[in-house]
Design a protein around this ligand. Structure first.
Ligand SMILES: Nc1ncnc2c1ncn2[C@@H]1O[C@H](COP(=O)(O)OP(=O)(O)O)[C@@H](O)[C@H]1O
Ligand SMILES: [Mg+2]
Length: 244
């Protein structure tokens, strides 16, 4: 099948969600991620980006709406267990991702959980660390890493599970310029489709084919974003930024 004939990797229809006792965060949100898509999502703090990724992973359940993965609906925990084997989430906070004593233990945890042998898990983990330029990190103590190092190790834990789709929640947070450049290189070499949240337009311009935003609990696609360009120019007008 050519990519255009394949079902969407992820399809959300009319998703609504509110935290208890709070106003709605997602309101009839629609989203599609297709094979090969490299999508950036940039929207103000609090607009619901992280919530959206947690809904996709089944960590939160929508009050209404439909989710579909690889052409099949997902609604129950059982469905999402299968989804989590194929969709990898880089959490916004590395401390939600890392919990093992050493970096190698953390990276091997996912593959072991997927049923790989100790030897296979070790081999995949070392290969993944090396792909990220982290070959010397295997025996480091996770909690002693810097914020930026934790970020990259978190990415290693996600990639080691060899997901078919990646959801990355602010991957550049805490990274210095050099590491950010390295991450751009890594992203450009990834074979997977991804949805990537970032506020950094230079990073998005280098890594995303489309840049979406969120407003009033819904996704706005690039075309709609174009209409908002004038407003965007005013809000960020005094800071260095690129127009998209
Ligand atoms: N666990 C929670 N309980 C209640 N409100 C929450 C919780 N998590 C996030 N929120 C609120 O939901 C809104 C969307 O948050 P979030 O999805 O984290 O936005 P973003 O990732 O775009 O910054 C915000 O107003 C935030 O304060
Ligand atoms: Mg967030």
């Amino acid at each position: 099948m050519s990519p255009s004939q394949q079902p969407p990797l992820i399809k959300l229809e009319k998703i609504c969600f509110a935290y208890p006792g709070r106003p709605p965060v997602l309101r009839n949100l629609d989203l599609e991620l297709r094979p090969g898509d490299k999508i950036g999502l940039a929207a103000p703090n609090g607009s619901g980006k992280t919530t959206l990724l947690h809904i996709i992973m089944g960590l939160l359940r929508p009050s209404s709406g439909r989710l579909e993965f690889f052409g099949r609906p997902a609604a129950e925990e059982e469905d999402f267990i299968a989804v989590r084997r194929r969709v990898g989430l880089l959490f916004q906070d590395a401390d939600d991702q890392l919990f093992s004593p050493t970096v190698l233990d953390d990276v091997a945890f996912g593959p072991l959980n997927l049923g790989k042998s100790r030897e296979e898990a070790r081999e995949i983990s070392l290969r993944t660390l090396s792909f990220l330029g982290l070959e010397d990190f295997a025996d480091r103590v996770t909690f002693k890493l810097s914020g930026g190092e934790k970020r990259l190790v978190s990415l290693a834990t996600v990639l080691a599970m060899e997901p078919e789709v990646l959801l990355l929640d602010e991957p550049t947070a805490g990274l210095d310029q050099r590491t950010k450049k390295m991450l751009i290189d890594i992203m450009q070499n990834l074979s997977q489709a991804y949805l990537l949240i970032s506020h950094e337009f230079d990073f998005l311009a280098a890594t995303a084919d489309h840049i979406y935003t969120m407003e009033e609990g819904r996704i706005l696609l690039d075309d709609e974003l174009y209409i908002h360009q004038h407003q965007h120019a005013h809000r960020l007008g005094k800071q260095p930024h690129k127009h998209i």
